[in-house]
Design a protein around this ligand. Structure first.
Ligand SMILES: NC(=O)c1ccc[n+]([C@@H]2O[C@H](COP(=O)([O-])OP(=O)(O)OC[C@H]3O[C@@H](n4cnc5c(N)ncnc54)[C@H](OP(=O)(O)O)[C@@H]3O)[C@@H](O)[C@H]2O)c1
Length: 259
């Protein structure tokens, strides 16, 4: 008889404690649902609680862009879960601008804080516990757009590129401690944030001389669904991915074959 361990539909993450930033909607909420379905205990974090926080998850209000927000989250996770085995850095995004010179210092800093430094700060607070336990799984959420950086989003793509590089380095540093670190890079995915950003992008593109907007051709014929990304995260934090670290999984329906 064949026994399938850790297969989909099993409670492969039973006993694991997970923290998901940006877990109130979109990709983050789908990740929260997948981890709950796999048996993990989950804390979702965002700046405000909404009706879309998945049932069964605990919720913490925090702004990940600040050191204080990271400290709030780490303390809450310790108090509610007693530690974190699975950390998914999903909160992210940025507003488009009319070219690189139109991106202010404040916007650059904000993009770096949200899309890069938030992960660095929270990892620094939660990795010591993982090192002590000699186990842990970290997933950083980047973007497939890093592969074709466009003018309105240079602050965003540069911050995500930094995140990818940091994620690879962290994976090498933590591998001897049994901690795996990977990145997922979604292509265009149907979420509230994704749709709003693409609308803003079209408006900005219409005001620019050059047309920076991409007409995405997705070989698989549709935009991504939050679960397309969440299934990959569920796999990466499971025992099925126990020999996988330092990788960036590009989930884009085939849009960026060079990735
Ligand atoms: N959707 C796409 O097409 C796409 C493509 C490539 C990459 N991505 C990446 O995938 C991730 C999720 O994107 P999404 O489209 O699901 O976004 P979304 O629909 O805008 O959801 C973002 C989530 O993050 C939270 N959040 C935003 N800013 C935060 C902050 N400063 N502190 C704490 N929480 C914060 C939001 O809640 P609050 O607003 O209440 O804080 C919400 O829960 C992001 O990293 C994004 O860059 C998305």
């Amino acid at each position: 008889m064949t026994t399938i361990e850790n297969g989909p539909g099993t409670r492969e993450l039973a006993g694991k404690r997970a923290l998901v930033t940006g877990g109130s909607r979109g990709i983050g909420a789908a990740v929260v649902r997948q981890l709950l379905d796999a048996g993990a205990e989950v804390v979702a974090a965002a700046r405000s609680a909404t009706g879309t926080v998945p049932e069964g998850a605990a919720f913490v209000e925090a702004d990940v862009r600040t050191r204080a927000g990271a400290q709030t989250l780490a303390a809450a996770a310790q108090e509610m879960l007693g530690g974190v085995d699975i950390l998914v850095h999903n909160a992210g995004g940025a507003r488009p601008h009319e070219g690189s010179s139109a991106i202010s210092d404040e916007e650059w800093q904000d993009a770096l804080d949200l899309n890069y430094l938030a992960s660095v700060r929270l990892d620094a607070l939660l990795v010591p516990g993982m090192r002590e336990r000699r186990s842990g799984m970290i997933v950083h959420v980047s973007s497939a757009v890093v592969l074709t950086p466009v003018a309105p989003f240079l602050h965003y793509t540069a911050a995500k590129a930094a995140l990818e590089n940091y994620s690879r380095g962290l994976a090498l540093e933590l591998a001897p401690f049994g901690i795996r670190v990977n990145t997922v890079s979604p292509g265009r995915t149907a979420t509230p944030g994704g749709e709003a950003t693409r609308e803003q992008w079209a408006e900005v593109a219409a005001r620019m001389d050059a047309t920076p907007s991409r007409n995405a051709v997705v070989p698989l014929g549709r935009d991504g669904r939050p679960d397309d990304i969440a299934h990959a995260v569920r796999f990466l934090v499971s025992g099925r991915a126990s020999w996988l670290t330092g990788r960036n999984l590009i989930l884009d329906g085939g849009e960026f074959p060079m990735g």
